[in-house]
Design a protein around this ligand. Structure first.
Ligand SMILES: NC(=O)c1ccc[n+]([C@@H]2O[C@H](COP(=O)([O-])OP(=O)(O)OC[C@H]3O[C@@H](n4cnc5c(N)ncnc54)[C@H](OP(=O)(O)O)[C@@H]3O)[C@@H](O)[C@H]2O)c1
Length: 329
């Protein structure tokens, strides 16, 4: 059993999730990559326990995380049982359903059948009685939103989830989903969109909708999967996400233009006494509508470096302008 650090709540900040009563750590850890059956279990275990020791109380999963799909939940369940069982009430654990998980017409998307069966499978893999947040992982163009949101509300009424979340929903879909969930007596807690210096779609409308609806925001891939770090500035390191070739980040994304932008941003970060990864996270967190930033990490070193972004969250206007001018190139 892991003995958690006694000072684990001293340096983390916790922010209220929308208008709910739940506070989340400013940095949360996601298990999409690096915690699957193909990865080194001990590294994942050290990263999860190390995160908890530093006040990261929120761990984000989904039915399909791995690879193979389901294995991240299995490994996380193993870590929970072996190391963190005594701390369940200090943890916020999320999972999602919506992407392909099993064959046939019920193994993906947003039907009531898919969501509720998938949640039961996730609980079994993690050895949990309930998750804290259950998400619809993506909007389903062919299922009425009432059905998908109704399934989230059912999960909550059954005691299998405490809060409802949505991910990858547009601003308009979010507005409607929030209304339906409110009418069902299960207000939407949180939205999980992709957001980073390189992916800005949420700024147009979604963040305003979330603020008006009282819903929190947990951006994923804030480091653009490693592009907004020094990971690829001197080539493709062995064992990196691009080298492994298992995810969406591919060699062709490392264009000369992107790498040149990353080098310039790296210099701006160095001038303000941060690494590029730290500056990219501080940049996402500067907007008060962002509840927590959802990072990935393949080592305890990366995790520690990233958590230190909290030491410098303010930006001078001229630095923000320098960043904008690099991003517009
Ligand atoms: N809702 C959705 O549809 C959705 C989609 C994607 C992700 N997510 C969630 O968001 C979480 C985070 O996504 P993500 O992993 O793409 O986030 P990310 O933080 O943008 O990327 C994480 C990767 O960046 C590299 N990295 C991290 N810190 C670094 C550092 N200090 N220096 C150098 N490289 C560093 C590592 O790559 P290496 O592995 O190369 O070391 C790490 O695996 C996921 O785990 C998942 O929970 C949700």
């Amino acid at each position: 059993m892991h003995l958690a650090a006694s000072d684990r709540y001293d340096s983390m900040t916790y922010q209220r999730c929308g208008r709910s009563g739940l506070r989340l750590p400013a940095v949360s850890l996601g298990l999409w990559h690096n915690f699957g059956g193909v990865d080194a279990y001990e590294t994942g275990r050290a990263t999860v326990c190390g995160a908890f020791d530093r006040g990261v109380t929120h761990f984000d999963l989904a039915n399909n995380y791995g690879p193979p799909p389901g294995s991240a939940e299995e490994n996380f369940g193993k870590i929970l049982r072996a190391d963190l069982a005594a701390y369940r009430d200090e943890l916020i654990i999320s999972t999602k359903a919506g992407y392909l998980m099993w064959p046939g017409p019920y193994g993906e998307w947003g039907s009531r059948k898919n969501l509720l069966a998938s949640l039961d499978q996730s609980l079994q893999r993690m050895g949990l009685e309930y998750v804290d947040i259950f998400y619809s992982h993506r909007p389903d163009p062919d299922t009425p939103l009432e059905e998908t949101m109704g399934a989230l509300a059912t999960a909550i009424r059954q005691g299998k989830a405490l809060y409802a979340g949505i991910s990858n929903y547009s601003a308009e879909q979010t507005r409607t989903a929030c209304r339906i969930l409110r009418d069902l007596g299960c207000p939407c807690l949180i939205h999980q969109p992709k957001y980073s210096m390189l992916e800005r779609w949420v700024e147009a409308e979604l963040l305003d909708v979330l603020e008006a609806e009282g819903v929190g925001c947990i951006p994923f891939s804030p480091l653009a999967q490693g592009l907004l770090t020094d990971r690829y500035l001197a080539g493709v390191p062995r064992g990196s996400r691009v080298d492994k070739g298992v995810g969406f980040l591919r060699q062709e994304h490392l264009t000369p233009q992107r790498l040149d932008q990353a080098r310039q941003l790296n210099q701006i970060a160095a001038d303000r006494g941060q690494s590029l990864a730290q500056m990219a996270l501080s940049w996402v967190l500067k907007d008060p509508r962002i509840t927590t930033v959802l990072i990935g990490a393949s080592s305890v070193d990366q995790l520690e470096q990233n958590l230190s972004c909290l030491a410098k969250r303010q930006f001078d206007d001229d630095v923000l302008q320098q960043i904008e001018s690099v991003l517009s190139q």
